[in-house]
Design a protein around this ligand. Structure first.
Ligand code: SAM
Length: 197
């Protein structure tokens, strides 16, 4: 049984501890895709404490989520959280750097959610295209990065992330197998439909 009360506790604790989790309006958009497309296999890059992975199972109860997290402490907390929510048999937490783990995975995902270090977004998209099935979805959060991506002036601190996010958007718009929409919800959401044939 999916324990919604425990999921709400996970959300509140993450917010109190300033752990960046998917925003409500962003989740609303992802929920529409999950309920309509009913993905069976989902890959997430950036687990944090398992909040979004749990929401994916809530809205696509038949799915299995593989989710990658670099930070061992967060991965440990995510493991405890999915257990409390009652979905430990549906969420596989892979601990390590996605840059190293992704090349070892096989193409079998209906949906890929990118929510990790912005500097690697172009690489995550490239790997996402390889790993997603025909007619699948690649969704990337924080794509507009607090508006910096659309702004002409960016502080030195944000410049590298902005460059990589702009590169992601360009790749997503120019690759002819992708049909990409950029939504101004939350911190910006890129949704790409993948047509491989
Ligand atoms: N998706 C989560 C949610 O909405 O509940 C939030 C993820 S949080 C924005 C980003 C997470 O990605 C952090 O916990 C961070 O440790 C992890 N991360 C950053 N770079 C990573 C990488 N290269 N490989 C795996 N995880 C990474």
């Amino acid at each position: 049984m999916f324990n919604l009360e425990e999921l709400e506790k996970v959300k509140q604790k993450a917010l109190e501890e300033h752990i960046p989790i998917v925003m409500d309006d962003t989740l609303e958009e992802i929920k529409k895709i999950l309920e309509r497309e009913k993905p069976q296999r989902i890959l997430e890059i950036g687990t944090a404490v398992g909040y979004s992975a749990s929401q994916f199972i809530r809205f696509a109860p038949k799915a299995i989520v593989d989710t990658i997290e670099l930070d061992e402490q967060r991965a440990k907390e995510a493991t405890q959280n999915v257990k409390k929510i009652g979905i430990e048999d549906k969420v596989n937490i892979l601990i390590g750097n996605a840059v190293e783990i992704l090349p070892s995975l096989q193409s079998e995902y209906d949906m890929i959610f990118i929510d990790a270090n912005k500097g690697k977004y172009p690489f995550f998209l490239q790997e996402g295209i390889r790993l997603v099935k025909n007619n699948g979805w690649i969704i990337a959060d924080n794509i507009l990065y607090k508006g910096y991506v659309m702004s002409d002036y960016n502080k030195h601190k944000q410049r590298t992330a902005v460059r990589h996010l702009r590169e992601y958007i360009q790749m997503a718009q120019e690759n002819e197998i992708l049909e990409t929409q950029i939504l101004e919800v939350g911190d910006g959401l890129a949704i790409s439909r993948v047509k491989k044939d």
